[in-house]
Design a protein around this ligand. Structure first.
Ligand SMILES: CC(C)(COP(=O)(O)OP(=O)(O)OC[C@H]1O[C@@H](n2cnc3c(N)ncnc32)[C@H](O)[C@@H]1OP(=O)(O)O)[C@@H](O)C(=O)NCCC(=O)NCCS
Length: 187
């Protein structure tokens, strides 16, 4: 029986916050993911995705949920049920050795605090339901909106752990990554 994080209710891997639902992916979400993948502003600091790549990402999200009980969940606005992006947590993935929190919102959903609300719910869920001591977040140095959110969440930049992402070739502008970390709060 999962523990109930403060401020959220959990039912069959749905997390609810004041304004958002974080939930598992379904095939019906593929079009929403593809719409975001075609927006150059959303993808400015992310590797280009074609339709097959976007669908493969959804497949990985579904598989991650099945294998680990969490993923980068679909983010829905409760007021209208609109798909507005994704936020959640992955288990350690190469080259990381710690759990990773991450987010991606449709452009129209930026600037409302939705990413922060979803990220706080993800952290609360993680501390309440898993036993990892730390969670990291990574992005490219120019992605100020993303590292600004990391800082707002209380994550600290560990400059000595910034790294070149091995999934991109040397010299690729998105290869240099910065790493932020947050520690499990004291009980
Ligand atoms: C990174 C990203 C998720 C950040 O989204 P965001 O909306 O800027 O982040 P937050 O949820 O923290 O919202 C903060 C903004 O909402 C505003 N806001 C409005 N209402 C708010 C509320 N109730 N609570 C908090 N902030 C609120 C804040 O003032 C701030 O505005 P500002 O950007 O004008 O300063 C978004 O830019 C994105 O999806 N980018 C593209 C994908 C990407 O790069 N992902 C990261 C890959 S590593």
């Amino acid at each position: 029986m999962p523990l109930m994080p403060r401020g959220c209710s959990v039912a069959e891997f749905r997390l609810e916050t004041d304004r958002l639902t974080l939930r598992e992916w379904t095939d019906a979400d593929r079009d929403g993911a593809w719409a975001m993948a075609q927006d150059p502003e959303v993808m400015r600091y992310l590797p280009v995705l074609d339709r097959a790549g976007s669908d493969a990402m959804v497949d990985r999200m579904i598989a991650m949920q099945a294998a680990h009980g969490h993923t980068f969940w679909v983010m829905e606005r409760r007021a209208d049920g609109q798909y507005i992006g994704m936020c959640g947590m992955s288990p350690p993935r190469e080259p990381l050795v710690e759990y990773e929190i991450g987010w991606r919102l449709a452009r129209a959903a930026w600037g409302h605090g939705y990413a922060q609300e979803a990220a706080r719910a993800t952290l609360d869920w993680a501390w309440a339901n898993r036993d990892m001591p730390t969670i990291v977040a990574i992005t490219v140095a120019d992605n100020q909106r993303s590292w600004g959110l990391m800082a707002r969440l209380g994550m600290a930049h560990h400059r000595n752990e910034d790294f070149e992402h091995p999934s991109l070739p040397p010299g690729h502008p998105l290869r240099p990554h910065i790493l932020y970390r947050i520690h499990r709060p004291f009980e």
